[in-house]
Design a protein around this ligand. Structure first.
Ligand code: NAD
Length: 500
């Protein structure tokens, strides 16, 4: 991955709009414009035209037409795959532009964003492959009968995504949905709309037929609810916070449509005395500070075994103080600004919450000494118990909470005493310990001796309040396709003749 700076700036439209049937809808008088602000400079950079219920209706109707009568679900799989590959190629060709937009709009560091853009390209390729190898089932055991089971696309999906990794999370939602022939309406976060709007344009430039992906922009309370409540929606795919997930599932239940939810986390990062401590230290720092600390899979509760705890925590703090915080477009930057002002304030409020709960502030807990921008110093606290708020609530920023433990059983119990269960990290060179943690921790993913590694072939999703359903080839096929059984007699049996 290049570590070169980005020397070019790309134009940002003065008003970011929805994209329906492949074009921006006509502006209606009296619509709402929301400010779009650069989190690094605090300067307004554009406005977002919010889609109201009428515009959401137009988007759903477009997706409906594309599904009910359009070419996409009826295309030969090779033709569909060619378009998905063309999307991959066009994302790569525009990688620097997308990265620049993501840094500018979301404040994520350039090195990280460049990886996420490459993954954005990869997920379209990956799920195109999965769709092209999809096959049905045949049953011939019942004498004289043949039954076969085929998969069909499910229909029009509402896809809703958050602001913490706008491109990679919106692209995961779309790439797991459309390859089977579904169409969708995507509502990204109203806070970080720039990169996703450009991505949806790129999808169309690559040959995606109009109406397959429609984009609506706006707040959850306006655009999001209008979308999820719309009668033309057949299913809902959501990535975001747990409280919103609950509201979305309730709305989906009212209409009796399925919902898949990727939600929050408060994941345990267990460092055993038997760990390769250097690697565990690097991994713990990545686990909490990558992506500006704004990641669902953050290792935000760092559990360290007592014999190594004092030195480990001291070294962690020393490293945290040296992290390069600054302009996300500078290639050397490790942590950029948080995505928006209210979120910065919320993250900082946890310093006082920690103190009130008897936790010791080890470093950070305040704004970084940078004149402008929503920067926070990398923060770490030592918590007196797992029951404190900093150990139970998702802070979603560069904020680590340390806990100490004696036995591995105790660490597993602490890891599991959480309403969340998204991921977990375990550091130990003792194979029995590592495998026991993997077996007993209730989380959708366990990483052993590594920070985050996203294997697209494996399911990803949460236990408990971290989600319902999984992303991944098998899980996405199950969620985004219907199964149809067709039954035919080969030796037609006599049919009872009622009334004969
Ligand atoms: P959020 O729940 O506030 O918003 C997510 C999206 O939902 C946004 O587009 C928002 O506009 C929309 N929304 C809000 N209320 C809605 C409603 N009533 N109806 C329809 N849509 C609505 O989440 P966020 O603050 O944008 O993102 C951070 C959260 O996302 C964190 O909790 C994080 O852990 C979670 N997350 C989870 C994963 C995962 O894969 N499990 C990945 C990334 C982020």
């Amino acid at each position: 991955m290049s570590s070169a700076p980005i020397t070019q700036a790309w134009p940002i439209a003065p008003r970011i709009q929805s994209l329906i049937d492949g074009i921006s809808p006509a502006l209606r008088a009296g619509g709402t414009d929301l400010p779009i602000v650069n989190p690094t400079t605090e300067a307004p950079i554009s406005v977002l035209r919010e889609a109201d219920a009428q515009e959401v209706d137009a988007a759903v109707m477009s997706a409906r037409r594309a599904f009910d009568t359009g070419p996409w679900p009826r295309l030969d799989i090779n033709a569909r795959k060619d378009i998905l590959y063309a999307i991959r190629d066009r994302v790569r060709a525009h990688a620097e532009e997308l990265a620049w937009l993501e840094c500018t709009g979301a404040g994520l560091p350039l090195a990280r964003v460049r990886e996420q853009v490459q993954r954005t390209a990869r997920v379209f390729e990956f799920f195109a492959e999965v769709a092209s190898t999809l096959h049905g089932e045949v049953y011939s055991q019942s004498k004289g009968w043949l039954t076969w089971v085929t998969r069909e696309p499910k229909g029009v999906a509402a896809l809703i995504s958050p602001w913490n990794a706008p491109l990679s999370l919106a692209s995961m939602r779309m790439a797991t949905c459309i390859p089977w022939g579904n169409t969708c309406v995507l509502k990204p976060s109203e806070v970080t709309p720039l990169s996703v709007r450009r991505l949806v344009e790129i999808l169309h430039e690559a040959g995606l037929p109009p109406g397959v992906v429609n984009l609506v922009n706006g707040r959850g309370s306006v655009t999001g609810t209008a979308l999820v409540d719309h009668a033309g929606i057949d299913l809902v795919g959501f990535t975001g916070g747990t409280a919103t997930g609950r509201a979305i599932m309730t709305a989906a239940a009212r209409r009796l449509v399925p919902a898949a939810l990727e939600l929050g986390g408060k994941s345990a990062n267990i460092v055993c005395a038997s760990a390769d401590i250097e690697r565990a230290l690097d991994g713990a720092l990545v686990g909490i500070f990558a992506n500006n600390g704004q990641q669902c899979l953050a290792g935000s509760r760092i559990l360290v075994q007592r014999p190594v705890a004092a030195e480990f925590i001291e070294r962690f703090v020393e490293r945290a103080r040296r992290i390069r915080v600054g302009d996300p477009l500078a290639p050397a930057t490790e942590i950029g600004p948080l995505a928006f002002e209210a979120h910065r304030d919320r993250v900082l409020s946890y310093a006082a919450i920690a103190r009130a709960d008897g936790a010791r502030l080890l470093t950070g807990g305040r704004r970084a000494a940078i004149e402008r921008g929503w920067f926070v110093e990398p923060t770490a606290v030592l918590a007196p118990s797992n029951e404190t708020r900093v150990c139970q609530e998702e802070i979603f920023g560069p904020f680590a909470a340390f806990l100490e433990f004696d036995t591995v059983d105790e660490a597993i119990a602490i890891a599991n005493r959480s309403k969340f269960g998204l991921v977990s990290y375990v550091w130990s060179e003792d194979i029995g310990t590592a495998l026991r943690c993997s077996r007993d921790i209730r989380a959708g993913t366990v990483w052993i001796n590594t920070p985050m590694m996203r294997e697209l072939r494996a399911p990803f999703g949460g236990y408990k309040e971290s989600g319902v359903g999984r992303d991944g080839p098998a899980a996405s096929v199950d969620f985004f396709t219907e199964q149809k059984a067709t039954i035919v007699p080969l030796d037609p049996p006599p049919v009872h003749r009622f009334g004969a």
